[in-house]
Design a protein around this ligand. Structure first.
Ligand code: 6PG
Length: 237
């Protein structure tokens, strides 16, 4: 991809293709961080906005910082402000609750929401939870709020877990979907842009045991990378 704008346009086209492939209820799991902001802005504008059947698309979030929705660090609030509140029915926006006592309670509550949306409490490979899961990659190779060497990365049973204070900024408590829940999707789409990502992308491409290399879809896993994030030998500038 030439740059972050081209990358966001390619991601928007993939979102629309996934939506077009499902004539029923659609579930999209968004990601936080700065990488998806351009994509979210595009989805809320023409020519994309009117191609999205908003009443039948449901929006979830793969991880959340344990802060109030009014806090600028709140992932779902960023997505809401960038496009969801202008476009999506309120009942189709599914934030992780952060008003409870602690991240574990929030994780339990969100897991129940996901199970009731899915219709059963066992993930079936033949029936993905999400049509699309968007992900970014952190500087240490984390995805969602699954950090290297934290127990949450190995969780196989729970769909959502509370996570101790993050080892990288912002160093706050988190709630994260687990690898089995994130992986239950038709497509997992990584967006990686900017020279700041070059170091971690080099490690990912070398096959290091990092969360980013452990997150896979039951369907297709796709990486969209812009040239400035690519290691030099792989064609970066
Ligand atoms: C979060 C994220 C996290 C993020 C990566 C990449 O809540 O922090 O969901 O997993 O996607 O850290 O973040 P950037 O896009 O800001 O680089």
């Amino acid at each position: 991809m030439a740059d972050a704008t081209a990358l966001a346009e390619a991601a928007a086209e993939r979102v629309l293709a996934l939506i077009a492939a499902n004539q029923g209820r659609i579930a999209i799991c968004l990601t936080g961080g700065s990488s998806p902001k351009r994509l979210y802005a595009l989805l809320g504008q023409e020519p994309y906005r009117s191609r999205i059947p908003w009443p039948r698309v449901h929006w979830f979030i793969g991880d959340e910082r344990f802060v109030p929705p009014s806090d600028p660090l709140h992932n779902m609030s960023m997505a809401r402000q960038t496009f969801l509140d202008q476009c999506a029915p309120a009942a189709n926006i599914h934030p992780i609750p952060t008003d409870g006592a602690n991240p574990d309670d929030a994780a339990h509550a969100y897991e129940q929401q996901l199970k009731s949306f899915y219709g059963t409490d066992r993930l079936d490979r033949a029936k993905p939870l999400f049509d699309l899961v968007l992900l970014g990659v952190g500087p240490d190779g984390h995805v969602a709020s699954l950090f290297p060497n934290y127990p949450a990365i190995d969780e196989q049973v729970r769909w959502v877990v509370g996570v101790a204070t993050a080892p990288v900024a912002p160093k706050v408590l988190r709630i994260s979907l687990t690898l089995p829940a994130l992986g239950s999707c038709r497509e997992m789409l990584f967006e990686v842009a900017g020279p700041d990502k070059r170091a971690i992308l080099t490690r990912v491409l070398a096959g290091e045991n990092l969360p980013a290399n452990r997150a896979h879809a039951t369907g297709e896993t796709v990486w969209l990378v812009d040239n400035s994030a690519l290691p030099e030998q792989a064609g970066g500038d």
